[in-house]
Design a protein around this ligand. Structure first.
Ligand code: RIB
Length: 305
């Protein structure tokens, strides 16, 4: 049976400037080329879930502009239910400028636009969609107050909640009481717990701190090193697949979306789901762009047969 996954999140149009090296403060540099593609952490996670055969639905907001039309079309083209993407007149669709250097590392600047002004009515309109899902995922590119409202609906209806606290920001503490699984990277984890992630012992300490703060299950992604998990009394660290990365944009988003397509609601298969998610993100980093580089289940299974 396919997992029913609802993604509450951002829809951005990404402009990537390809540079040899990152500019220093005050420096002007010339980009070698410029590309544009659909993106946004929410959109990327939804596409990763859908391409791994989850039944994905999106809750979000765009402006009444060409970018907004393009993002809605992109969601529909990826078999994502876009009925709960709201269109507003007074804000533009979100956008991001990505600097990508010759080593495949990036720096991202995001203009939130319509993502940032999602109202409570958008969540309320999606009440039955949330209540009937297996999982709901949210990030920090849309208002945390709306995530809290959505997670409350989820918890009242036995739906598991996954929080990706990215980009790093101050969290509404109450949100963690409604979070079943938190998936930060090592920097985000350290900034929320105050415990720097340096090794597995520090990840155990981060997991314990999050449990104390309300979130009982955790996965910490550590870039090309691998991912740590602690759930249902089990914990471990799984090394990443070694590949040559050309663009790491959306690697974390691919991981979370792919994970949600495989995970059992009791998290009993968390290690297997995590390994599948690592396979997916290892493919994403080997081609350019955010959303276009996210693999299908067929591609993942063919690559790692
Ligand atoms: O995680 C990658 C994403 O972050 C990009 O697609 C960009 O839009 C920003 O939201």
């Amino acid at each position: 049976m396919k997992n029913k996954v609802v993604i509450l999140g951002s829809l951005n149009v990404d402009t990537t400037l390809h540079v040899a090296n990152m500019p220093l403060p005050g420096e002007t540099i010339t980009a070698q080329s410029k590309t544009s593609s659909p993106g946004g952490k929410g959109a990327n996670q939804a596409v990763a879930a859908a391409r791994s055969n989850a039944e994905a639905s999106f809750i979000g907001q765009v402006g009444a502009d060409d970018s907004g039309k393009m993002m809605i079309k992109c969601m529909k083209n990826n078999n994502i239910n876009a009925d709960n993407i709201n269109v507003v007149e007074d804000q533009g669709t979100g956008s991001a400028v990505i600097l990508l250097d010759g080593n495949g590392q990036n720096s991202i600047m995001v203009y939130g636009g319509a993502n940032q002004s999602i109202g409570s009515e958008v969540i309320e309109q999606a009440h039955s969609l949330i209540a009937n899902a297996d999982f709901i995922i949210a990030q920090f590119e849309t208002p945390q107050e709306r995530t809290l409202e959505a997670f409350k609906i989820a918890k009242e209806n036995g739906v598991k909640t996954i929080l990706n606290p990215a980009p790093a920001a101050t969290i509404i503490p109450e949100l963690l009481n409604y979070t079943d699984l938190i998936v930060p990277n090592e920097t985000e984890s350290g900034s929320l717990t105050g415990i720097e992630v340096t090794d597995v012992a520090s990840m155990d300490a981060n997991a314990a701190k999050f449990a104390e703060m309300g979130a009982k299950n955790i996965i910490i992604t550590v870039g090309d090193k691998g991912a740590y998990y602690s759930a249902n009394g089990t914990h471990g660290f799984v090394p990443a697949f070694k590949v040559d990365a050309v663009d790491t944009t959306a690697a974390g988003d691919t991981f979370i979306g792919a994970l949600s397509s495989q995970l059992n609601q009791d998290f009993g298969n968390i290690e297997d789901a995590l390994i599948y998610a690592q396979k997916a993100s290892s493919i994403t980093v080997q081609s350019m762009g955010a959303l276009p580089s996210i693999p299908t289940a067929e591609k993942i299974n063919e690559t790692y047969k």
